[in-house]
Structures are given as C-alpha cells and as structure tokens.
Design a protein around this ligand. Structure first.
Ligand code: HEC
Ligand code: HEC
Length: 412
C-alpha cells in the first residue's frame, strides 16, 4: 500500500474511532428495556369492586326481560355474562393474545386471525394457520364473546377456557403442545413476572396452563361492543338512526324477513344452532356443522347463529366465508328457501327460513341497518411490544399499530 493510502486510512480511523467509542458507550449505558407492568384499573365500561374485580356496567341493565317486548324488541336485557376478572388478569390476557410465542414456531398469535381492526376476524374466507395451513372455517368476531354460551360455528365448546384449547393445539392453527407452551412461558422472565403480578406468588413461581387460559378468557371477556348507533336508538335517542336505517330495523324485525327471530337483539344472536342452507364455495366439501357436535342428523348443515355486532367489519361472511359483502349475505335469505342446498341433500331447514320476497330497496335497507351495529369504542390497545420480544402481530398486519382507544398500563 502506498504512503498516501496509509495516510488516508489513518485519518479515517482517527475520525471514525471517537464515533465508534461513543456508540459503544451509549449502548452500554442504554437503560435495560423497561419492565412490563400490568394495568391496575379496569377497562372503560367496567367498574372496580371493593375486592378488586372488574364488573361490566351497561345501560341494558335497566331492562328486566330477556324476552323483550315483541319480536326483536329494543328494550331487551342481556343474557348472563362473564366478568369479575382483575385488571391485571385482563391485561396479561392482552399480552398473551398478541404474542406469537403461543404458536409452535412463533409465527402467529391469536390476533393474526382475530385482528382488532377487522372486527377481531381476519378478512379471509378461511383462516390460515402455522405453516400456511388452511383452517376449514372462517374466523368469527370475538366482540361480546363474554355473553356466549357456546363457541365455534358448530357449538362444540361451552366455555372460553375450553374453546382456547382448539386454536392453541390444533395442527392447522397454532400447532402448539401444552408442554411446549408451558416450557416457553416459564423460560421467559417477563412472563414469570407478569403471571406473578396477575396471580400472586404461586408454588415455585411456575406458570400453570389454567392461568394462561384464564387470562385469555379475562381479556376476551373485556371485548364489549354495546354502544353503537343502534344502541343509542334503543335507549331512546331517536335521532341516532336515519330514516332509511329505521326502515331497515323494521324490516329486520318484521315477520316477513324474520331476521330478529335468530339474530335477536341486543346481541343479535339467540345463540342457537340453525340450519339455513348456506352453501359451500365451489369445490369445498359439504360441512355437516353441528350434526357432529350433537350426533343429530337433523342438525346437518346447522351452525351457531352468529352475532351481527360489528358485522360491517368482518367480511367475508358465513362459516365458509362464502359472501364477500353484506348485501350478498342478506340477499341469500331472499333467494328462496333452500335455493342453495346441494342437489340430493335433504336438509331440515329451520322454520324461520322462508321466502320473504323482499324488494331490492328492502334488502338495501337491511344492509343500512346492519351497518349501524358498529361500535369499536372499547377496542383494546395493541401492545407495541410483547414479553417474548416477537412482533405482536405477525403476517403484515402492521396497520394494527395505529389508532387505539385505551391504554391499560402499557409500558411501551
Ligand atoms: C389460524 C387462525 C386462528 C388463530 C391463530 C386463532 N383462531 Fe380463534 N378461531 C379461528 C377460527 C377459524 C374459528 C372458528 C373455528 C370453528 O368454528 O370451527 C375460531 C374461533 C374462535 C372462538 C369462538 C368464537 C365463537 O363465536 O364461537 C374464540 C373465542 C377464539 N377463536 C379465540 C381464539 C384465541 C383466544 C386464540 C389464541 C389462543 C385464537 N382464537 C387463535 C381462527 C383462529
Ligand atoms: C333461522 C335462523 C336465521 C334467520 C331467520 C336469519 N339468520 Fe342470518 N344466520 C343464521 C345462521 C345459522 C348463520 C350462519 C350460517 C352459516 O355460516 O352457514 C347466519 C349468518 C348470517 C350472516 C353472516 C354472519 C357472519 O358473521 O358471517 C348475516 C349477515 C346474516 N345471517 C343476516 C341475516 C339477515 C339479514 C336475516 C333476515 C333476512 C337473517 N340473517 C335471518 C341464522 C339465521
């Protein structure tokens, strides 16, 4: 190397060295990542009791009857629901919900398929699990699951704690195993600390699976959506709905359309299984649905009546994601009873599935009305970081990290 080149190198080194040293020093002095702290107050709409538990408060408490007055009456009480969890349990559940650590390969979290910005669904006709596996059905919304008595499209589970075993351990969803999940959580100092905050000191400080299921249940039970424009109308504020929307509500409740017989206010589901004869998309095998759950042939093709809360956000629709917009889903009911039942199949269609012969105008009004059921005011905040250090929402769902409404003790 020439003398000249040596000199240039020397100068470069002299200029760069202080920069490098400063960098190294800054790194060494960087404060350790701030510790995770769980929220100590209840989410909005929940009241903290003297024992520290969060109790849901809603205007529907003023109504006595769960039957309502008349079909689809607005003055109908809510059914029993899950609450009574502590703020810490709810907030721990939030971290778990968004943490891909819960899946076998750290690639997806609950939120990958239940995205807050998509009504806690995923925008897909059928969900995609670990390694690109296609799940057989569409991801339902999680809004108001606190009120449900049955879970899954085929009603095969009766508690949220039992339901969660499905996604965690199904090979086509998160593909984990109980042992692997426990090992991963217990190996993580952040989680050991957070479970201590939520559940207090336990034998040897080890995390138990029941605590994982309980925390996820607590978080999901905080996803309450009962403050839509429809609700304001139901509580007496007439101007909350426009005239076309009120027309839609009246058609929805009418004995011609009969929607409210199954999609009963205020949850917009009566929580029962009904055979309505919604077809599978081309090339998909017929889904027997609840016939398998209850070993009852007459329920062949029967599915749990889904809530219509936040329905505008959760396309595509039906268990198989067949309809990609709300108008097609509503128009399905208008095309004649059993029009889509595969030839040769003898489904026992529910007696409220009729041929209402609605005009195009009336179907449009039904859609207008269903769009008034949107309320995301209690949408929880997506954590900017999760205890595992993985990316909170895998699979390009980064738009999730935008607007949020409440921020329980999020350190980041
Ligand atoms: C790979 C996508 C995927 C992941 C990941 C996933 N789910 Fe789901 N979830 C679904 C699908 C699809 C269904 C409906 C399955 C069925 O009915 O057979 C569902 C159903 C549910 C239901 C029932 C809702 C109802 O109204 O019946 C709940 C509750 C739920 N999931 C919670 C969770 C939780 C908690 C996690 C994380 C531990 C999770 N899910 C992870 C796709 C997913
Ligand atoms: C007999 C009970 C029943 C009646 C009456 C009924 N539905 Fe449904 N509805 C269901 C069931 C069950 C499903 C789910 C079916 C499936 O996935 O195959 C459903 C699904 C839907 C969906 C898709 C929901 C989602 O999350 O994917 C919409 C929208 C809907 N119904 C609107 C209506 C409207 C509008 C009316 C009145 C014209 C109506 N329904 C009448 C039982 C009923």
């Amino acid at each position: 190397m020439s003398q000249w080149a040596h000199r240039v190198l020397l100068v470069l080194a002299l200029v760069l060295l202080p920069v490098l040293i400063a960098r190294a020093a800054a790194n060494a002095e960087a404060p350790a990542a701030e510790a995770f702290r769980l929220a100590s107050t209840c989410p909005p709409s929940f009241e903290q009791t003297s024992s520290g538990a969060c109790r849901l408060r809603t205007l529907y408490e003023q109504y006595r009857s769960v039957q309502g007055k008349g079909l689809g009456g607005t003055r109908t009480a809510l059914p029993a629901h899950r609450d009574g969890f502590t703020p810490q349990q709810i907030d721990l559940g939030r971290y778990l919900f968004f943490d891909p650590l819960l899946s076998a390969d750290g690639s997806i979290s609950c939120a990958s398929c239940h995205q807050p910005d998509k009504g806690f669904s995923d925008g897909l006709p059928r969900s995609i699990g670990v390694g690109g596996a296609e799940v057989a059905r569409a991801a339902p919304s999680l809004w108001n699951v606190a009120f449900l008595k049955h879970f899954f499209w085929d009603s095969r589970s009766t508690t949220l704690e039992d339901q969660v075993l499905g996604p965690l351990y199904a090979p086509d969803e998160m593909a984990n195993t109980p042992d692997n999940l426990l090992t991963a959580l217990n190996a993580n100092a952040n989680y050991r600390n957070l479970f201590q905050q939520a559940f207090g000191p336990r034998p040897e400080g080890r995390i138990a699976l029941d605590e994982v299921y309980l925390a996820l249940t607590a978080f999901q039970s905080s996803l309450i959506s009962l403050n839509s424009r429809y609700d304001r109308y139901a509580h007496g504020y007439h101007a909350a709905l426009t005239q076309p929307e009120i027309e839609g509500l009246n058609i929805f409740r009418s004995f011609v359309a009969r929607c409210a017989e199954c999609h009963t206010p205020p949850l917009f589901t009566n929580q029962q299984v009904a055979v309505i004869g919604a077809p599978e998309p081309e090339g998909r095998p017929f889904d027997v649905g609840a016939a398998q759950t209850f070993a009852a042939e007459k329920l062949t093709g029967g599915f749990k009546v889904p809530t219509l809360r936040n329905i505008d956000l959760t396309a595509p629709y039906m268990h198989s994601g067949l309809f990609d917009n709300l108008r097609d889903a509503a128009d399905f009911y208008n095309k004649g009873r059993g029009h889509a039942v595969p030839e040769g199949m003898n489904l026992q269609l529910h007696w409220h599935i009729s041929s209402p012969d609605l005009t195009d105008y009336e179907v449009d009004r039904l859609v207008d009305f269903m769009r008034t059921l949107t309320d995301e005011s209690l949408k929880p905040r997506v954590p900017e970081r999760v205890p595992s250090g993985l990316t909170p929402l895998a699979r390009g769902a980064s738009s999730q990290l935008t607007k949020t409404t409440f921020q329980p003790g999020d350190p980041s």
